[in-house]
Each structure stands twice: as structure tokens, then as C-alpha cells.
Design a protein around this ligand. Structure first.
Ligand code: DON
Length: 312
């Protein structure tokens, strides 16, 4: 394959070719505030490990990160607890919907992986034990990684999710009954809903995840020196989990079409890691039946076809 190096031209083509796909998916509405977003938006941003950035469309518009935050909370838990996290959560794809509850019953309240809702709730429980103010600790880490002091969570989205969090609450209580929850489910749900309501733009998200493409090294920003944010070994493992579990029951399809570690969210965002090369963040709110962005997946597929990124 001829690899394209003219990224601005490739991004413009992808932006143009994505337009006919509007209308194929549906904006998430099980969290009522998410349904208020304008559906026909599309943005894409790339950050490279050698410091370049490229973007197209609505790449600077903040959107609701939702499950993409599970990637960051998992990294924080791994930094704090190391391999002890695996006593509380598994690392196998679930093959089930992101909010499925059934496996918990036959698997002793241990979620399959840290990215499905049940697994992310356990991770938030771990962090709730560790931090007196998890919300601000997480925001502080994200601001540093994204080099953006003005990141926030959206209180409307937070409230809307908290008021409709019955299924997540059920999973939390179920895990508590199995002894796999240390804090009160209500407290953890408060933190979880706030976490999911965090907003970032594609450009910020590509920056914030760049350490995952860079052997765990975060390039010094917000006036601070470079930092080994996560060990190179742990980074490799996080990327493996993103490849196998980052798109829930569409993980196989994503690996086939895109072949990169990814994390998706019901806000319509997807971030993809090209180890050693770059990160790609894409946002378009219309989702397929499995809760992943239709235009986002299309754009990533076209981008890897065009660049050869991730091809071995
Ligand atoms: O807990 C939930 O259902 C949402 N806050 C997040 C789900 C999500 O983003 C799944 N991603 N595709």
C-alpha cells in the first residue's frame, strides 16, 4: 500500500466522505442530557509523538467523554495499585453490551474487564478509597495530560446521568453483595457520574492520551518537565486491553476494521492509539447499535488505510 503522508489532504477527504453517513446512527438518549447534543457534528484531531498536530471539522468543540474516562481512571488505578487491580477485575473481553449485568452473577461479582460499566465502577471504587476528592484529582490529572487548565465536567450531564443511573447502581450493589465494593455505592456513583460528564475536545483528547503512544512518557506541559506518567511496560498492557476490550462487544469488529487500541464513549468520541507514532481522537454523536460512533469508526478506518498506521 502507498502510505499517505499529506495528512491535511487526507483529513479533508475523510471529512468530505463521512458526510453521507449522517443519519445512519442515533444519538444516545438513555442519559437524557446527552440527547440534547446536535447530531451532525464531526471532528478529528491527531497528535504525533514528535509534536505535530492536525485537525479537521469540529475538533475544538468539547463533547462528553463518557466511557473514554474509563481509560484514564484505569491508568490511575494501575499506577496506584499495580497488579493488585486484577484481584478486583478481569482482563478478558466480555462479548456483551457495555452495561450488561448478567456475567456478574455467574462470575462472583468480578467484572470481565475495567472498561465495561461494571469494571469501571470497581475502578472508581478503588480510586474513591484512595482519594478524598476523586473528582478534583481526576480533573487535575486530565488538565495536566491535556495541557488545558480549563477542563470541567458538565453539571447538567452529571445530574441527568445520576438521576437515571439505576442499572449502574444495581451493578454496584450486586458487586457489594459479593464483597467486591469497598465504599457505599451511592458515593461511588456520584464520582462515576461526575467522571463520565467530563468534557474535552478531540484536540485535547489526542494530547491527553499521547503518553500511551509514547511508552508512557508525557511531554512536559503546563510548565512542568517531561514525566514518565506510566511505565513503558504498563503502557503496553493498557494498549493491549484497549485493543481487546475498548469497544465492548464490537472489539472484534474494531480490531478487524481499524486494528488499533481504542476507547469509545456514548458521547460519540473515540480515541485510538498508534504506538510509537500518534494518537487520533474523533467525535461524532450518532452511534451504532453497540454504542460506538458511526462516523468515528468510518474515519478511523479510512485514516489507517490511508496512512498504513498500525499495519504490521
Ligand atoms: O455509565 C454509562 O452508561 C455511561 N456514563 C457511559 C457509557 C459509555 O460511554 C459506553 N460507551 N460506548
Amino acid at each position: 500500500m502507498t502510505k499517505r503522508t499529506d495528512l491535511p489532504a487526507l483529513l479533508a477527504e475523510i471529512h468530505r466522505d463521512a458526510q453521507p453517513l449522517f443519519g445512519q446512527g442515533r444519538v444516545a438518549d438513555y442519559i437524557p442530557a446527552l440527547a440534547e447534543v446536535e447530531p451532525r457534528r464531526f471532528g478529528l484531531a491527531i497528535a504525533t509523538v514528535d509534536g505535530q498536530t492536525h485537525s479537521v471539522g469540529d475538533a475544538h468543540t468539547p463533547f462528553s467523554l463518557q466511557s473514554i474516562t474509563k481509560l484514564f481512571t484505569f491508568v490511575l488505578a494501575l499506577k496506584l495499585e499495580g497488579d493488585a487491580v486484577w484481584q478486583r477485575v478481569g482482563r478478558e473481553p466480555s462479548g456483551a453490551a457495555f452495561n450488561s449485568i448478567v456475567q456478574l452473577e455467574t462470575e462472583n461479582g468480578i467484572p470481565r474487564n475495567p472498561f465495561i460499566n461494571a469494571g469501571a465502577l470497581v475502578i472508581t471504587d478503588i480510586l474513591t478509597t484512595r482519594y478524598a476528592h476523586l473528582d478534583y484529582a481526576l480533573l487535575g490529572a486530565l488538565r495536566r495530560l491535556a495541557d488545558e487548565p480549563n477542563l470541567h465536567w458538565n453539571p447538567r450531564v452529571e445530574r441527568s446521568e445520576r438521576e437515571t443511573a439505576h442499572r449502574n447502581m444495581a451493578m454496584a450493589y450486586f458487586m457489594k453483595s459479593h464483597g467486591n465494593f469497598r465504599n457505599e455505592p451511592e458515593t461511588v456513583l456520584d464520582n462515576y457520574c461526575r467522571q463520565c460528564a467530563t468534557e474535552m475536545s478531540c484536540a485535547q483528547l489526542a494530547q491527553a492520551t499521547l503518553f500511551l503512544a509514547n511508552d508512557g512518557r508525557d511531554l512536559g506541559r503546563l510548565g512542568e518537565p517531561d514525566e514518565q506518567f506510566l511505565s513503558a511496560d504498563a503502557t503496553r498492557r493498557v494498549n493491549a486491553l484497549l485493543l481487546t476490550c475498548g469497544a465492548y462487544d464490537a472489539a472484534g469488529d474494531f480490531a478487524y476494521r481499524i486494528g488499533l487500541p481504542v476507547k469509545t464513549g456514548v458521547g460519540g468520541g473515540i480515541v485510538a492509539i498508534v504506538p510509537g507514532v500518534a494518537t487520533i481522537a474523533v467525535w461524532s454523536p450518532e452511534l451504532d447499535a453497540k454504542g460506538n460512533s458511526v462516523l468515528g469508526a468510518f474515519a478511523l478506518e479510512r485514516l489507517v488505510q490511508g496512512t498504513g498506521w498500525g499495519h504490521t
